[in-house]
Design a protein around this ligand. Structure first.
Ligand code: C5P
Length: 216
């Protein structure tokens, strides 16, 4: 069956400090959006790509991707944007959800995620060990807990799903979430982890953009 990749790029990306949404910011000669879509295509594992952007940027977005890419308008919350993308997917066996901000993700990582879902996993996410100790704090900044670092992982994209499982997860979701796999966990499906890649980091801050430029 078909593998469809959703690229949610409808966030404002304020932490990067630009006027335009993050996906439209240039890294070298191409935008983060263009590079992310190119990476998905280069994996050889993706049949169709659906990009989700702010409604006022539909036309602009079409200038960033080739004609075979579907461009749809997103919503207020990330979950609204993914829902809009899912509505445009139609028939698919596997759905990937991949942040436009992870513009340097190696195509080999994308292919590995797809292969794991094809092998029968309901949900597959690339993860890396956490390097810093993580503290849980209250609103006053006082530490309330220290989870054991050895059991923590930092989560990347693309996240890969059996298409039926992801649709069920979104049908059941009542509040907003920034993590698709989290919604799948809530319907009782097992989420499988694979080893991610440092190059799949999310370009979020000006520091990240500098790092990405250095890596080009
Ligand atoms: O805010 P965060 O970095 O977690 O957003 C992850 C991805 O979700 C980004 O690529 C962003 O553009 C997208 N997003 C979206 N629609 C929203 C909010 C975020 O497509 N309403």
């Amino acid at each position: 069956g078909d593998v469809v990749a959703l690229v949610p790029a409808a966030g404002k990306g304020l932490r990067l400090g630009y006027d335009e949404p993050k996906a439209f910011v240039c890294l070298g000669t191409d935008s983060l959006l263009t590079r992310s879509v190119d990476g998905l295509r280069a994996s050889g594992a993706v049949d169709r790509i659906v990009v989700i952007v702010p409604a006022e940027l539909l036309d602009a977005a079409r200038g960033h991707v080739s004609d075979d890419v579907t461009v749809v308008a997103g919503g207020l919350e990330r979950t609204d944007s993914v829902r809009a993308g899912l509505a445009a997917v139609g028939d698919a066996a596997v759905v990937l959800v991949h942040d436009a901000a992870r513009a340097l993700t190696p195509p080999t990582l994308i292919a590995r995620v797809v292969a794991e879902v094809r092998a029968g996993r309901s949900a597959v996410i690339p993860v890396l060990p956490v390097v810093d100790t993580i503290k849980e704090v209250d609103i006053m900044g006082a530490v309330v807990g220290t989870p054991d670092r050895a059991s923590l992982r930092s989560v990347q994209t693309p996240q890969g799903f059996d298409a039926h499982v992801l649709r069920r997860a979104y049908d059941a979701a009542t509040d907003s979430s920034t993590d698709d796999a989290g919604l799948v966990e809530r319907i009782g499906e097992t989420v499988h982890t694979i080893v991610g890649d440092a190059l799949a980091f999310k370009i979020t801050t000006p520091h990240d953009l500098l790092l990405a430029q250095a890596l080009l």
